[in-house]
Design a protein around this ligand. Structure first.
Ligand code: GUN
Length: 296
C-alpha cells in the first residue's frame, strides 16, 4: 500500500513557520505582512475560499485587508482599487479572486497588479520569470505540490520522469516549469495526448490536474511511483450521497503508488498555506530583506 502524503499536516507545519517568520519581521523590522483580497460579486465557492484565506492570514499574525465589491463593479473601478493597493506600503500581497464577472477581463486586472505583490503568481512577468528559471512569485497550488514532492524525496528530484496531466495556466503549466527547474524530465499530457496510460506508466511522478473525477487509474501508475492529485471534484457516490474525489482513482492507485496524496487532505490544504508563504516572501522582497523562509 502507498504511503499517504499528509498535506494537511504539512500545511499546518508550514503555517507555523510562516507565523514565526511574520513574527520575526515584526520584531526585527517592524513590518506586518499584509494581504489584500478582492472579491467581486458573491459566488458561493469564492466566498468560502476568501473566508478561509482571511482567517488563516490573521491566524498567522498577518494583516488581512478585504474588499468586497458589487458584481456590477466596472473594470475601471476595479483597476483603480488595484492601483491604490499597489501604492499602499502596508499591502504586500494582492489577490483578486477568480472567476471575475464576464464584463471584466481577468488578465487585464491581474497584469495591473504590481508583479512584486502578485502573490498568486499569475502576472505575466511572474509566469515569464518561472519559464526562464528565475522565479519570483509562483502559483500557490503547484508550488505546494513541489514542496510535498521535495519533502518526500529528500529535496532531490533530479533525473526523475514526471508526467503532468493537465495544461492549465494555474496548475499544469507552472507545475511543469517547476519540475523542469528541479531537473526532472517533464511531459505534459492533456486531452489530445495519445496513449496517456502508457505515458503515465513511464512516470516516477504523476501530477493529475485535469478536473476529471477519478480519471487516472491504478493501472496507469508505475509500481512505487509518487502520485500527486490536484483534483477536487464533487460527485454522487454509490450510496447516493455527495462526496469529494480527486482526478485519480484512489482505490485502484493506492495499491500501485509508492506514495499518494488523498482527497481531501492532500494538495488542497497546501494552497492557502503557500499563499501566506508568498505574502511573507513578498513583504521581505519589498523591503530589501533576505527571504526569511525558503521552503521550495
Ligand atoms: N479561484 C480559484 N482558485 C484561485 C486562486 O488560487 N487564486 C485566485 N485569485 N482565484 C482563484
Amino acid at each position: 500500500m502507498a504511503q499517504v502524503i499528509d498535506g494537511k499536516a504539512f500545511a499546518t507545519k508550514l503555517r507555523t513557520q510562516i507565523a514565526k517568520a511574520a513574527n520575526t519581521l515584526k520584531e526585527q523590522h517592524n513590518i506586518v505582512p499584509g494581504l489584500a483580497t478582492i472579491l467581486v460579486g458573491e459566488d458561493p465557492a469564492s466566498s468560502v475560499y476568501i473566508r478561509s484565506k482571511r482567517k488563516q492570514t490573521k491566524e498567522a499574525g498577518m494583516r488581512s485587508f478585504h474588499h468586497a465589491l458589487d458584481d456590477s463593479t466596472s473594470q475601471q473601478d476595479l483597476l483603480k482599487l488595484v492601483d491604490e493597493l499597489n501604492n499602499d506600503s502596508e499591502v504586500h500581497g494582492i489577490l483578486v479572486q477568480l472567476p471575475l464577472p464576464d464584463h471584466i477581463d481577468p488578465m487585464t486586472v491581474i497584469n495591473a497588479i504590481d508583479s512584486a505583490k502578485d502573490v498568486d503568481g499569475f502576472h505575466i512577468e511572474n509566469v515569464g520569470r518561472l519559464a526562464i528559471g528565475d522565479p519570483q512569485l509562483v502559483s500557490c497550488t503547484p508550488l505546494g505540490c513541489l514542496m510535498l514532492l521535495k519533502d518526500l524525496h529528500g529535496k532531490n528530484l533530479s533525473g526523475m520522469n514526471a508526467v503532468v496531466v493537465g495544461r492549465s495556466n494555474i496548475v499544469g503549466k507552472p507545475m511543469a516549469a517547476l519540475l523542469l527547474q528541479e531537473s526532472c524530465t517533464v511531459t505534459v499530457a492533456h486531452s489530445r495526448t495519445k496513449d496517456i496510460e502508457a505515458l503515465c506508466l513511464s512516470a516516477d511522478i504523476v501530477v493529475a490536474a485535469v478536473g476529471r473525477p477519478e480519471m487516472v487509474k491504478g493501472d496507469w501508475i508505475k509500481p512505487g511511483a509518487t502520485v500527486i492529485d490536484v483534483g477536487i471534484n464533487r460527485i454522487v457516490g454509490d450510496d447516493g450521497k455527495g462526496k469529494l474525489v480527486g482526478d485519480v482513482d484512489y482505490a485502484s492507485a493506492e495499491g500501485e503508488a509508492g506514495a499518494i496524496t488523498p482527497v481531501p487532505g492532500g494538495v488542497g490544504p497546501m494552497t492557502i498555506a503557500v499563499l501566506l508563504h508568498n505574502t511573507v516572501q513578498a513583504a521581505c522582497a519589498q523591503n530589501g530583506i533576505e527571504p526569511i523562509m525558503d521552503m521550495a
